[in-house]
Design a protein around this ligand. Structure first.
Ligand SMILES: [Zn+2]
Ligand SMILES: [Zn+2]
Length: 264
């Protein structure tokens, strides 16, 4: 059995650990190398255990610590060709660590079978990841998406564990203090997933066999963990499902100070 530990989530930085104490993967490295190392320490994982860093896209909240962390610990980095090009332009990949394009094709790394899938987001070539562990259990991470495309749904459906973006409450966003163009960007098809869209899709995932959900990439300004949780739970309960019986529901904290992990 593998475990999933959200290290950081949200606009101040994203990074997730998947694996055992001995070997695992990092999805994104959106906080400083120092903060990543500290948080890994809390979940009792040495940086040396990380076999690869899977990058979703080049936005700074996903790659802030990438260069220092990957080069310091000599960890190979995988991303799409578009993301790698953007990282080069940003001066993040500068030859100090090994980068490979997975070209949106499945690949294997240590005990993991990894399937990237495209996401609709305002970046060069974003993707999410489905990870199959050696024992056959599957987990998908899908954040930073303007909408749930068929390509995303095809990959996340049937996964044992789904980490899905629940970025904002539409009402809070519309009535909030963000400038109009930014609101439009977030609400667009290349923006972020709202609580409503996320919640409405959960029953379908549950029907496909998903038993564990984690809501991620919550906006600090336009959402609250309580609101996202309530909306998701209500949607699942309306479908006749019962929390802690049919499914487990969690929220990826902005910083996982309590060192929570979920087994899958
Ligand atoms: Zn982004
Ligand atoms: Zn992001």
């Amino acid at each position: 059995m593998a475990r999933f530990s959200p290290l950081f989530s949200g606009s101040s930085g994203n990074s997730y650990y998947i694996g055992s104490s001995e070997a695992g993967l990092l999805v994104d490295a959106g906080r400083s190398a120092k903060q990543l190392t500290e948080m890994l320490g809390r979940i009792e994982v040495q940086p040396q255990a990380i076999q690869a860093i899977l990058v979703t896209h080049e936005h700074i909240d996903h790659v802030r610590g990438l260069r220092v962390f990957a080069s310091r610990h000599k960890i190979p980095v995988f991303a799409t060709t578009g993301t790698l090009r953007a990282l080069e332009e940003q001066g993040i990949s500068n030859g100090s660590f090994v980068c490979s394009s997975h070209e949106m094709q499945p690949f294997t790394c240590a005990d993991f079978e990894i399937t990237p899938f495209p996401t609709s987001h305002d970046c060069a070539e974003g993707c999410g990841y489905k990870v199959r562990y050696a024992d056959g259990r599957t987990l998908a991470v899908a954040t930073d998406l303007g909408y749930l495309s068929e390509e995303v749904k095809t990959q996340i459906i049937g996964c044992d564990f789904v980490v899905l973006e629940s970025n904002h409450d539409v009402h809070m966003l519309r009535s909030g203090s963000y400038p109009y163009p930014l609101k439009q960007r977030i609400l667009s098809d290349r923006g972020h997933l709202s609580n409503d869209v996320c919640a409405e899709y959960l029953p379908e995932l549950a029907a496909s066999g998903t038993t564990r959900f984690m809501l991620a990439h919550l906006s600090r300004e336009n959402n609250t963990p309580e609101l996202a949780y309530y909306r998701a739970n209500r949607s699942l309960e309306k479908a006749g499902l019962h929390q802690n019986v049919d499914y487990l529901l969690g929220i990826a904290p902005e910083a996982n100070m309590a060192a929570q992990s979920v087994l899958f």
